[in-house]
Ligand binder design. Structure first.
Ligand code: AMP
Ligand code: SF4
Length: 474
């Protein structure tokens, strides 16, 4: 059986009613670059026609030439940054996707992953649809095009009712922009105002950059239509318990963003404090794995009464380690990215804080690096519980067999990464840090309880291979 893999983790941004819409969208995408570094694109509307510019590469490279914006005229625009985990990292899969159909043109940008994509696609193909890309997102466009409903809102509602999974979406037509968040609200999406213009972004850090005022989060299951008359909002789908992705707080979102009603930095710092309460240790200094471990390390150090130091210096011109498609590059990547400060670490008992251990590769390299720089003891502390289950909702995690904690105890992982001691934040500690046990979240990568079930969910079949991989590394 083919294992179902998430297609993408992405960022989306849109502006309606601004003379420099595509330029602002470029800036918004720049602030969301951490959500996807493989490709990006912008579609603009001048009121009667949509135009697109998209390519593989970073936002600054794809939109580095100011001439490009002359070819993206108009007062509204949407954009997308993408990281694909499949082999289909080709230009035709770069978003936003734009199509002409019987009722005009429409573009869509999608953050998330549809879990019933294969099934809906098969049905559509049987009804004669021809797909041009291998992305889930194209399914949404086909569903819209097939709808007989006269109003765009109704066509969108009809399409959404057939979808299962995680989706924060932005649509652009000649005269309207529509923002949608799936009923579980898995991915973040917020609404802002810039003078008379409306702005929508995956994370609030993108609003800050263009000096738009944060208005509110787009609610789970909400559809917001923006047109010349302003905004209107409706909830076409049945209500379900919300399940925003807790991993956005752990790793994915930028610390300066406000998501799911909380500032990410403050949550991460609290995770660090909580971690110190749960897994204190006699030590001399606390150092983060930059950048992902920084706020938690500050919280840990504060709570433990230990000095916080930057014992590992990051080369900022290297992307996120994980966002390298090849295992061979990832191995190499840790050294390219981080270098220890020997003078700080020599003879010290060091607590190293990171947000998560996925395969264990990074932690193992870092522990060796810190020890080789002279540390007497290395204690690893992780500001989230063990990541034992893959994500099927749009965050790139490997299959279960590659997740070290799916088949190894904490003692075994401690031995593998060669730390003196290892401690993970508890589930209770995580929940306290994000606002209390009563808040609903998706925590499936920690618990294995998935809020949306799906046909390919067959976890047992993914077990078994990790043992061999560990021996290979040693
Ligand atoms: P690994 O070497 O596979 O154990 O990777 C662990 C590192 O990857 C940690 O430093 C995390 O900050 C980072 N990380 C965790 N989850 C993700 C993710 N979904 N995408 C990118 N990086 C991640
Ligand atoms: Fe987020 Fe984990 Fe749920 Fe995926 S499985 S949506 S990463 S909490």
């Amino acid at each position: 059986m083919r294992l179902y893999r998430p297609e993408e983790e992405c960022g989306i941004f849109g502006v309606f009613n601004h003379p420099e819409a595509s330029n602002l969208t470029y800036l918004g995408l720049y602030a969301l670059q951490h959500r996807g570094q493989e490709a990006c694109g912008i579609v603009s509307s001048d009121g009667s026609r949509l135009r697109a510019h998209k390519s593989m590469g970073l936002v600054a490279d794809v939109f580095g030439n100011p001439e490009i914006f002359k070819a993206l005229p108009g007062r509204s625009a949407i954009g997308h940054v993408r990281y694909s985990t499949t082999g289909d990292s080709v230009l035709k899969n770069v978003q936003p996707i734009m199509v002409d159909y019987a009722r005009g043109s429409i573009a869509v940008a999608h953050n998330g992953n549809l879990v019933n994509a294969q099934q809906v696609k098969r049905d559509l193909e049987e009804r004669g649809s021809i797909f041009q890309t291998t992305m889930d997102t194209e399914i949404i466009i086909h569903l819209l095009a097939l709808s007989r409903a006269p109003r765009l809102e109704d066509r969108i509602s009809e399409a959404l009712k057939q979808l299962k999974g995680a989706y924060s979406l932005l649509f652009l037509t000649e005269t309207r922009m529509v923002a949608v968040r799936d009923p579980h609200g898995l991915r973040p999406l917020c609404l802002g105002k810039l003078g008379d213009s409306w702005v929508v972004a995956s994370e609030s850090c993108a609003l800050d950059l263009i000096e738009a005022k944060y208005e509110r989060e787009i609610e789970p299951g909400e559809v917001v239509v923006v047109d010349k008359d302003g905004i209107s909002s409706y909830f076409p789908m049945d209500h379900v318990d919300p399940a925003p992705c807790i991993f956005e707080f752990v790793y994915f979102s930028r610390p300066d963003s406000l998501i799911f009603g909380k500032n990410v930095y403050m949550v991460r710092k609290e995770m660090g404090r909580q971690l110190a309460r749960e897994h204190g240790v006699d030590a001399d200094i606390v150092i983060p794995v930059p950048d992902s471990g920084v706020p938690a390390a500050i919280g840990y150090a504060e709570e433990a009464g230990l000095p916080f130091e930057l014992g590992l210096i990051r080369n900022h011109y290297v992307g996120r380690t994980f966002i390298e498609p090849q295992q061979s590059i990832r191995h190499f990547g840790v050294k390219i990215k981080l270098n220890p400060v020997r003078e700080l670490l020599e003879g010290k008992r060091v607590v190293v804080i990171d947000d998560s251990i996925v395969r264990g590769t990074t932690s193992r390299k870092i522990v060796k690096m810190v020890r080789n720089a002279g540390a007497k003891e290395v204690h690893v502390r992780i500001s989230s519980p063990p990541t034992s289950f893959p994500c099927y909702y749009g965050i790139d995690t490997p299959s279960r067999k590659e997740l070290i904690s799916s088949s190894h105890t904490i003692d075994e992982i401690n031995r593998y990464i060669t730390s003196d001691t290892l401690g993970y934040l508890s589930h209770e500690g995580l929940m306290k840090s994000v606002g209390g046990p009563e808040r609903h979240f998706c925590k499936a990568c920690f618990t294995g309880t998935y809020p949306i079930d799906f046909p390919m969910l067959d976890l047992e079949s993914q077990l078994g291979l990790f043992e061999e991989e560990i021996h290979e590394h040693e």
